[in-house]
Design a protein around this ligand. Structure first.
Ligand code: MLT
Length: 411
């Protein structure tokens, strides 16, 4: 007997980008034990969970220790107490009405954005912006929707929408009609944002072409400017064409705690091979109830504390802290004459490499000579070549130190 593997996995790059970086940095540290490495590569937060969150989290853990307040399996879709807070605080104030059945609590936007594709047919044409959060691409590769990668670094059956300096990082509508469209705004990795008008163009496109937009809004808490939508549902007509992913990771420090949610409006419809309409919400519900057993009770209680007055105050402080780091990075690097983007409505700063150096070369230069870790832009797709991403998620001290070290390089 021989077990056959899912050969689609062989079409993937051998390592996930952040694993590749970790391996390289660990090797560098082994060879250079004295180097004080500052990690500004993966977008992981450094500030601890807010006190309001920890207090509720602790209380909920104690509840689990007593027979009369113990919680076993919860609803796969999440507890009402958290869903109600989400609707009340994240949507209602923006004039968006959601029902409880439209919000699904999960353990991460990464998992949800990776899993969502499986409720759609393999024959759908998928579009991604380029550069892109690699999870959208890899999960479609694993499913068998993309075909092999060409010499140009692009999978044959994916539609890539370049976002570069040339178009001001604003994705242009594809020439050929596409079915599923991944958009992440504020964007990972470029840190740029779309205005309401720019996002409306995509909603209109999706409505005209019967497409569905998979909108990743994991970084919405970092939006500082007025005309930038926090939710795609701020755009009229989006409920019929968009699924939205949100996370507690980047706003409230849940990267290691794990809690997120996905909004699937009741109006969203997909079709079977006979042209009959089906509710996408029902399909996602069916998927989640089979494959997911819900986020643990203490973590959902902890997440609900994000919406308390104290919680809101604390997360606003953390976001200010990280955005102050972003401002320091922007100022330091632009004074070196580098061309830099993002960092205004996002914790990511997207740097054009000096002298058109390739991304990995610039990564090596920063690691070797400044002991600073970034993420090579090409790791996010072919249009990321010639760029490097830094995050504002480190401490203030490390951010300042990293900028001092970089400013001493001859670039
Ligand atoms: C990143 O660095 O791009 C993020 O950590 C991605 C993620 O949240 O998984």
């Amino acid at each position: 007997m021989t077990v056959k593997i899912n050969e689609n996995y062989l079409l993937l790059e051998s390592n996930y980008i952040f694993s590749e970086i970790n391996q390289r940095v660990d090797k560098y540290q082994d060879n250079n034990p004295e180097a004080k490495i500052i990690r500004m590569g993966i977008g992981d937060v450094t500030r601890p969970l807010p006190n309001a969150v920890i207090n509720k989290f602790t209380e909920a853990v104690v509840e689990m220790s007593k027979a009369d307040s113990f919680h076993g399996y919860g609803p796969e879709q999440g507890y009402d107490f958290l869903i109600e807070e989400i609707i009340k605080h994240d949507y209602a104030p923006r004039g968006i009405n959601l029902s409880k059945e439209e919000v699904f609590i999960s353990d991460g936007a990464k998992c949800d954005t990776a899993n969502i594709q499986e409720i759609f047919d393999l024959g759908n044409t998928v579009a991604v912006t380029d550069p892109v959060y690699p999870v959208y691409v890899d999960s479609n590769v694993m499913a068998g929707r993309t075909g092999p990668m060409g010499d140009d670094g692009r999978y044959h059956n994916l539609v890539y929408i370049p976002c570069t300096e040339d178009n001001g990082f604003v994705p242009e509508l594809p020439e050929k009609s596409v079915d599923l469209i991944y958009l992440c705004y504020p964007n990972n990795p470029t840190g740029t944002a779309l205005t309401k008008e720019e996002l409306s163009v995509w909603v209109e496109y999706a409505r005209e072409n019967n497409s569905i937009i998979l909108f990743d809004a994991a970084y919405e808490a970092y939006i500082q400017e007025n005309n930038i939508p926090h939710s795609i549902y701020e755009i009229e007509g989006a409920r019929e064409v968009a699924i939205e992913f949100r996370s507690f990771s980047k706003n409230a420090g849940f990267t290691g705690t794990r809690c997120a949610y996905t909004v699937v409006p009741q109006e969203l419809i997909g079709f079977d091979n006979n042209g009959n309409p089906h509710s996408v919400n029902k399909l996602w519900n069916r998927r989640q109830t089979t494959k997911f057993n819900g986020v643990s009770y203490p973590i959902q209680v902890a997440a609900s504390a994000v919406y308390s007055e104290e919680g809101q105050k604390e997360i606003a402080e953390s976001i200010d802290y990280y955005m102050n780091n972003a401002a320091i990075i922007l100022e330091s690097l632009s004074s070196l004459g580098l061309r830099i983007y993002g960092g205004v409505n996002s914790p990511y700063i997207w740097i054009k490499t000096p002298d058109d150096m390739d991304s990995w070369k610039f990564f090596d230069l920063l690691l070797d000579e400044a002991h600073v870790v970034g993420t090579p832009g090409v790791g996010f797709g072919p249009s990321g070549e010639g760029y490097l991403r830094l995050t504002a998620f480190n401490t203030l001290e490390n951010t300042k130190e990293a900028m001092e070290r970089i400013s001493k390089l001859s670039i």
